[in-house]
Design a protein around this ligand. Structure first.
Ligand code: 13P
Length: 257
C-alpha cells in the first residue's frame, strides 16, 4: 500500500452467491464495524439483482457498490444484458471486468474487456480490470508476458486522463477459490509489473496514482502481509467477503494510516 499516492481499496466479489435477502443481512453485519473506515475504500460487488438493495443498505455509510459484469454497448437489442448507463443510474460506482471466471466460462476476451473498460469509463464509473495467469502459464515462465498482453489490451485507446480512474486486480487463476495464496513477494512482483506497464505508456505520475489489488484466497490471516507490499493496494476478495468477520478483519488490515 502507498496511501500517499493512491487509494487502498478492499472490494468483495460476491460472485453468484447471496440473494438480496441474504446480502442485506451480510451488509447489516459488516456496517457497524467498517461502515466508517477512514484510510481505505470499501466496495461490495454484488449480483445485478442485489444492486438496488445494496445501494439502499449502504446509503448512510462509506461502503460503495460495484457490479460483477457489464455490456459494452450503451443500449439496444441485447437480451439479458445490462449497460454501464443502467448501472450508473442504479447507483453503482465500480464494475469488475475480465474476471477469469468470465474469461473461462462466458467467452470474455481481451477485446471485449477493452470495449467494456471504455464503456465503463465513458459512463463515469470505475472499472476493476482482472488479469492473471493459470498454473500452467506460471510454470512455463510466461506470467509477465501474459499480464503485459492483458493489461495492454485493456488500456488500448483509453485516454490518458481516464487511466487514473481504473483499478487493476492481479488474480492468479491458481489462487482463486483454492485456498492457495500467492506469496506476498509473488503478488507484489506482478502488481509492480502492472504499474511498470502503465508507467511506460502514461508516465510515472499516472502509474503511481493507480490502485492495483491482489485477489486469490486473500483472507483474514494473510491480508496484512499481502497489503504490506508496496505495490499491493488492496484486495479483491471472493470467499472471505461472504463471511462478515473475515471481511471486517481484511478491511481492518487495510485501514492503516
Ligand atoms: P477467492 O477470494 O474466493 O479466492 O476469490 C477471489 C476472486 O476471484 C475475487 O474476484
Amino acid at each position: 500500500m502507498n496511501r500517499r499516492y493512491r487509494k487502498t481499496i478492499i472490494a468483495g466479489n460476491w460472485k453468484m452467491n447471496m440473494t438480496a435477502t441474504e446480502g442485506k443481512a451480510l451488509i447489516e453485519a459488516i456496517k457497524p464495524s467498517i461502515g466508517k473506515v477512514k484510510w481505505c475504500d470499501v466496495v461490495v460487488c454484488v449480483p445485478a439483482v442485489d444492486i438496488p438493495m445494496a445501494v439502499r443498505s449502504t446509503k448512510d455509510v462509506r461502503i460503495t457498490v460495484g457490479a460483477e459484469n457489464v455490456h459494452y454497448e450503451d443500449h439496444g437489442a441485447f437480451t439479458g444484458e445490462i449497460s454501464a448507463r443502467m448501472l450508473k443510474d442504479a447507483g453503482v460506482k465500480y464494475v469488475i471486468i475480465g474476471h477469469s471466471e468470465r474469461r473461462q466460462y462466458f467467452g470474455e476476451t481481451d477485446t471485449t474487456v477493452n470495449k467494456k473498460v471504455k464503456a465503463v469509463l465513458e459512463a463515469g464509473l470505475h472499472p476493476i480490470v482482472c488479469v492473471g495467469e493459470s498454473l500452467e502459464q506460471r510454470e512455463m515462465g510466461i506470467t509477465k508476458d501474459l499480464i503485459s498482453m492483458q493489461v495492454r489490451a485493456a488500456i488500448s485507446e483509453v485516454p490518458a486522463d481516464k487511466i487514473r480512474r481504473m483499478v487493476f486486480a492481479y488474480e492468479p487463476i491458481w489462487a482463486i477459490g483454492t485456498g492457495k495464496t500467492a506469496t506476498a513477494e509473488q503478488a507484489n512482483e506482478v502488481c509492480e509489473h502492472i504499474r511498470t506497464i502503465i508507467r511506460k505508456e502514461f508516465g510515472a505520475r499516472t502509474a503511481r496514482a493507480v490502485t492495483i489489488q491482489y485477489g486469490g484466497s486473500m483472507n483474514a490471516k494473510n491480508a496484512a502481509e499481502l497489503l504490506a507490499q508496496p505495490d499491493v493496494d488492496g484486495g479483491l476478495i471472493g470467499g472471505a467477503s461472504l463471511k462478515p468477520d473475515d471481511f471486517i478483519a481484511i478491511v481492518n488490515a487495510a485501514n492503516q494510516e
